[in-house]
Design a protein. Structure first.
Length: 289
């Protein structure tokens, strides 16, 4: 026969175990930010789109404090790969998905859907001490394919050109290769940089350096040069990019797996709203809505 004291102890222990189990069940559906799975999304990809998405997510979460929007860079290719593997809700890219990537995604049960969120201009930058202020497309191609290696060949000082490029996972790398190099190879001695910020830093410290960056990264530490694609030299300015006069401009986009739903849809709707498109302008890109 169980004594009354022992029965009381068993009852207390059972109650404690029940409370502990309930706590652990609750922990299982909450992420480290304190939001449930349905209130959290991951946006991953282009370093060009990164500062815009960070600003959008910050304001979105202020308006919706119960939500979590995690923004991760790494390059357009990294974001596309994550979308193909169904690891993220949104891939951010500064280029269109390749046909091969779309086919791979569909084979994996993912249906990529494009959402254009902004327009960006690509600024070609040099050190402020470099006297060169303009380049034709042919000259720029020569610098990046290796046929031109001294600034004196394009009106500058007798100085070796140090060519900066993004890595191959970058959408900006792909766009620049297609637009300027006409899909030919980059020169073998081009210095590959892991991020746009790294290009800005290198060019700002090296009088012989040249690089290309998203317009939003342009600051006084470097100098943007005017470009001539065949219709005269045009400066990399906000007005010229919006008007379409500046030749190196491209759309920025998100990709989702089919029509977005739930928090993913709410976030994209915010980005495309007047508030979200005002943020596009504040960050240094150009609105599409």
């Amino acid at each position: 026969m169980i004594s009354g004291k022992l029965l009381k102890n068993i009852t207390i222990c059972s109650a404690v175990l029940l409370i502990i189990a309930t706590v652990f069940i609750g922990i299982g559906c909450v992420d480290k930010e304190g939001t449930t799975d349905s209130e959290a999304i991951i946006v991953k990809g282009s370093d060009t789109v990164l500062p815009l998405s960070q600003a959008e997510a910050e304001d979105f979460m202020i308006e919706n404090p119960e939500t979590s929007v995690t923004i991760i860079g790494g390059g357009s290719g990294v974001g596309v790969a994550a979308l193909i593997d169904d690891e993220v809700e949104i891939a951010m890219t500064s280029r269109l998905m390749k046909e091969s990537e779309v086919e791979e995604a569909e084979a994996n049960g993912v249906t990529p859907l494009r959402h254009e969120i902004a327009i960006d201009g690509i600024a070609v930058i040099v050190n402020p001490e470099n006297p060169v202020n303009e380049l034709t497309y042919d000259q720029l191609k020569g610098i990046y394919d290796g046929s031109i290696s001294n600034w004196a060949d394009v009106g500058g000082d007798d100085r070796k050109i140090a060519v900066m490029s993004r890595d191959s996972s970058s959408g900006t790398y792909e766009y620049f290769k297609e637009e300027i190099l006409e899909d030919e190879a980059y020169r073998q001695d081009a210095l590959t940089q892991p991020s746009t910020g790294a290009i800005v830093q290198e060019v700002s410290q090296n009088e012989g350096a040249i690089g290309y960056i998203g317009f939003a990264y342009l600051d006084e530490s470097t100098k943007a040069i005017s470009l001539d694609s065949g219709e005269g030299f045009v400066e990399a300015t906000e007005e010229n990019i919006i008007s379409g006069d500046y030749p190196l401009a491209r759309p920025l986009q998100y990709y989702t797996n089919g029509e977005p739903e739930g928090l993913t849809k709410e976030y994209i709707d915010f980005v495309m709203s007047p508030t979200g498109q005002a943020i596009v302008s504040e960050v240094g890109y150009f609105p599409v809505a």
